[in-house]
Design a binder for this molecule. Sequence first.
Ligand code: HSE
Length: 402
Amino acid sequence: MAKAAIMGFGTVGSGVYDIIRMNSEKLKASAGEEIELKYILDIRDFDDHPEKHLFTKDVNDIINDSEVTVVAEVMGGLHPAYEFTKELLNAGKSVVTSNKELVATYGSELLAIAAEKNVNYMFEASVGGGIPIIRPLNRCLAANNIKRIAGILNGTTNYILYQMITNNKSFDTALADAQANGYAERNPAADIEGHDACRKIAILSSLASGKEIDYNSISTEGIVNVALEDVRYAAAMDSVIKLIGYAEFLDNGKVYAHVAPMIINNSSMLSGIDDVFNGILVTGDAVGDVMFYGAGAGKLPTASAVVADILDSVIHRERRSKIGWIKTDEDVCASADDKSFRYFVRTESSAEDAEKVFGGITKLDSLVENETAFVTEELSASVMAEKKAELGGVISAIRLFA
Ligand code: HSE
């Protein structure tokens, strides 16, 4: 029998509990042994809970219990999740997590400790909620050099954009709905300003390259400046606007990455990822394009991935499962100018001025009075910034996904 603990009894933690209770026979069959939940750590009181005897407020109960071999860290946030995880790994216990902030920030160190202690540190739920992406990227696509990862990685922003586009809901109402459904972060700025997607693309690109990609080096823009007019122009281009976590693995060995709203043509598989769903398009040099799609947030979908990691940790108790990356001194991140994009631009300036400054542009029929809209040729980030400043009056500039 394997003994497990849950740290954090919020949305995901209670989902982990529910799945362990709901699917106990299935889990036993998959693990080859029963998985007994011995502790639930939370600072709050759960006196009315039918299994209130499982609750503790002292992490040392778990750390010092040699029977516990696997712990689900679903507390979120950096502290004390980092300290607890470190202590648990050092105590020889496997830890599985949905905590993308922790994995993106301290993943290299925690993975190194897990390797040293011959235990598992698993994080399938940290990206894409219930969508299998970490293991497939690490295992099933292992024969490939990954060329590109482009993902709709944040359910809250995808939900907001979808509600704005299809139901004419205001930004605030759509955000409130996402919060009520348990999709949003405690501080929704992490969603709408793109930081959550940034952590996730940092994890995926670190995994694909085998080297830590520091999330601080990823240029990050959220959806707060996306206007309904932009959405209408996108529709006129047979496209939609989505918040994309983008990583390209360049021939010079560096990784170019950004998080930004992008215009996605309706011919792309990413264009149909609606509502709270996530979609991740991975391109490998052998396999070509592979799409991962499903529920990227929410209680049971995220808990589904956490419980799968618990199972895998039980199965790999003796021989740890190798998954992760290392921190190197190499400069792995490409500069913003190592990759060019075409841009959709809205400006108060005239089409003539736009043509003078940008050269070859594709003009769009104006949908808003006294505005010019056009699409540029491929430009690097710094050339785009220069031309934007030179033209003046630019209202929006959004990259096209190709
Ligand atoms: N706030 C996140 C989202 C939760 O909306 O996708 C899942 O990581």
